[in-house]
Design a binder for this molecule. Structure first.
Ligand SMILES: Nc1ncnc2c1ncn2[C@@H]1O[C@H](COP(=O)(O)OP(=O)(O)OP(=O)(O)O)[C@@H](O)[C@H]1O
Ligand SMILES: [Mg+2]
Length: 258
């Protein structure tokens, strides 16, 4: 892939290289006998966008789910802004509210309209008033171009619109980091663009993000780093130019050839 020099993050956004938002150390996850994560190490600095690529079954989703504590790691350490989140269980709810997640299948509440979807967690978890939550939700619904749909139910929306609402809902929690697990994989090709554009604009605002994606051109354009996962470890992590133009490991070379 040729460098287009249009990467929004590699040079132009000056992220705070000192402040580490997420640090994963020697993370392991077993499901029964199967060891799925085999010692993952990863550091995500404030404002960084890191895309995670790798073949099916390499453990990408498991890694994100462990980082968000949707799965509990078997071994290892997760540091969030300097605090050990596995060691100090009393802070886990606060932590989870600060790390948003956007899923492949949107996971909107089908019995609620768009606005309700975007305010519920703000009220329940962050204890905001309905008015505050609503104002904040509308701000982010504007950002993703969905403000005119506040009264719509998820079933009335296209997949791309649902995903943009899911992104607004995550942003409305004012998280310190956002995790995306294949946010466009369930979408028809003509809807992928609008969601990628939305994610790119969130990246340009300086949000710290970890994105599992198969959209290589997109990953290259918006990421500071690309992490290549293989068989439960991060096999290689570097700038997009190095990963795509100068891969070191045989496994990554093979992956890129496919
Ligand atoms: N809850 C679970 N129980 C048992 N095995 C699981 C569970 N979740 C994931 N696995 C297994 O862990 C392995 C890695 O799965 P994971 O979903 O993390 O891969 P992935 O890299 O996200 O793949 P894909 O690109 O297909 O989404 C797979 O073999 C999967 O079957
Ligand atoms: Mg996955």
């Amino acid at each position: 892939m040729k460098s287009e020099n249009t990467n929004v993050n590699q040079d132009s956004i000056s992220h705070n290289a000192e402040l580490e938002i997420i640090r994963v150390e020697n993370l392991h996850k077993n499901f029964g006998e199967n060891e799925i994560l085999k010692g993952v190490n990863l550091s995500v600095k404030q404002g960084e966008v890191i895309s995670i690529v790798g073949s099916s079954g390499s453990g990408k989703s498991t890694l994100l789910r462990c980082i968000n504590l949707l799965e509990y790691p078997t071994k290892g350490k997760i540091m969030f802004e300097g605090t050990d989140v596995l060691g100090d269980k009393s802070n886990q709810n606060t932590y989870r509210a600060k790390v948003g997640m956007v899923f492949q299948h949107f996971n909107l509440f089908s019995n609620m309209n768009v606005l309700q979807n975007c305010i519920t967690a703000q009220v329940m978890v962050l204890k905001r008033t309905k008015e505050e939550a609503s104002e904040n939700a509308i701000k982010y619904l504007h950002k993703v171009g969905m403000a005119e749909y506040v009264n719509a139910r998820p079933a009335q929306l296209s997949g791309g619109q649902k995903q943009r609402v899911a992104i607004a809902r995550a942003l409305a929690m004012n998280p310190d980091a956002l995790l995306f697990d294949e946010p466009t994989s369930a979408l028809d090709p003509e809807l992928i663009r609008e969601v990628l554009k939305t994610i790119e604009s969130v990246a340009k605002d300086g949000m710290t993000m970890l994105i599992v994606t198969h959209e290589m051109t997109f990953a290259r354009r918006i990421s500071n780093k690309i992490a290549f996962m293989s068989e439960g470890v991060i096999e290689e992590i570097d700038t997009p130019d190095v990963v795509f133009d100068n891969p070191k490991s045989i496994k990554l070379k093979n992956f890129l050839r496919v």
